[in-house]
Design a protein. Structure first.
Length: 220
C-alpha cells in the first residue's frame, strides 16, 4: 500500500520474486488488466493477469499454474476484498473468507496520502462511474477513519460528484499510518476532496520521495 515497493519476495517460496506492473502501457498485458493494476511478472520471465470481475471475484491467467497462489497472495496485499479466484474455465483456484463491504461518505474518510498523479487520475477516470467502482481499505486511527489505499480512485469519485464509496476494514498492519496521517493533516488534507493533484514528474518527486525517505529510516 502507501509507500510499498512494486516487487517483493513471497514468504515460503524460495527465490520467487513478484513484480506488480503499475504502467498503463505494456504490450505484454491487456489494457483492461493494466488499468486495474492486475498485471504481474514472476522471476522476470512468467507473466500473469488477475482480472477483477466483480466486487469480490477475479479471474487469474498465466503461463505456470504453480505460481498462481503466490500471485494471488501478492494481489490481495492490495485488494483484500477480492476473495474468489477462478481460472478462465471457471474452475476454482483459491477462495478466502468473504470481506464485508459497506458504504461510507467520502467526506468521512481521512487520507493517508497528500497527492495524486494527474495522469493516473485520467486513466482511472475511464472506469469509475458509480460508488461500486470504488472500494477502499480503511483503518481506524483514534477518532479518524483512514484510507490505506485508493486515493486516486477517491479523488476521481470526488471530482465526479460521488458522495459515497464502498469500503472494508483492512486486516493489514500499517505501522506508518499515524505518521502519514499527521503529515497529511499538516498539509490541510482532511478528506479526499483536499488531495493535491500534481503532474506525473512532480508527483514522483514529491510523493515517492517522501515515502522513500520515510521507509529508508527503517533500514538504517
Amino acid at each position: 500500500r502507501t509507500g510499498e515497493e512494486n516487487s517483493m519476495p513471497i514468504k515460503g517460496v524460495e527465490q520467487l520474486d513478484i513484480e506488480r506492473i503499475n504502467s498503463y502501457e505494456d504490450n505484454r498485458f491487456s489494457e483492461k488488466v493494466l488499468r486495474q493494476h492486475g498485471a504481474f511478472v514472476v522471476n522476470g520471465i512468467f507473466f500473469y493477469e488477475v482480472l477483477t470481475t466483480g466486487t469480490s471475484e477475479a479471474v487469474i491467467t498465466g503461463e505456470n499454474r504453480k505460481y498462481y497462489e503466490a500471485v494471488i497472495e501478492y494481489f490481495r496485499f492490495f485488494a483484500e476484498h477480492i476473495t474468489t479466484f477462478r481460472d478462465v474455465q471457471g474452475n476454482m483456484v483459491k477462495e478466502f473468507p468473504k470481506v464485508e463491504l459497506f458504504e461510507i461518505p467520502l467526506k468521512n474518510i481521512q487520507p493517508s496520502q497528500f497527492y495524486v498523479d494527474k495522469s493516473k487520475k485520467k486513466e482511472v477516470g475511464t472506469f469509475i462511474h458509480t460508488k461500486e467502482d470504488v472500494i477502499i481499505p480503511l483503518k481506524k486511527f483514534g477518532n479518524e477513519i483512514v484510507s490505506m489505499d485508493g486515493h486516486t480512485r477517491m479523488a476521481v469519485a470526488a471530482e465526479k460528484g460521488l458522495d459515497t464509496v464502498l469500503a472494508f476494514w483492512s486486516a493489514e498492519e500499517a505501522d506508518y499510518l499515524e505518521y502519514f496521517v499527521t503529515e497529511a493533516q499538516k498539509r490541510n488534507i482532511y478528506t479526499p476532496h483536499d488531495l493535491t493533484k500534481l503532474e506525473h514528474d512532480e508527483y514522483e518527486e514529491k510523493w515517492n520521495g517522501f515515502c522513500d525517505a520515510y521507509f529508508a529510516q527503517g533500514d538504517e
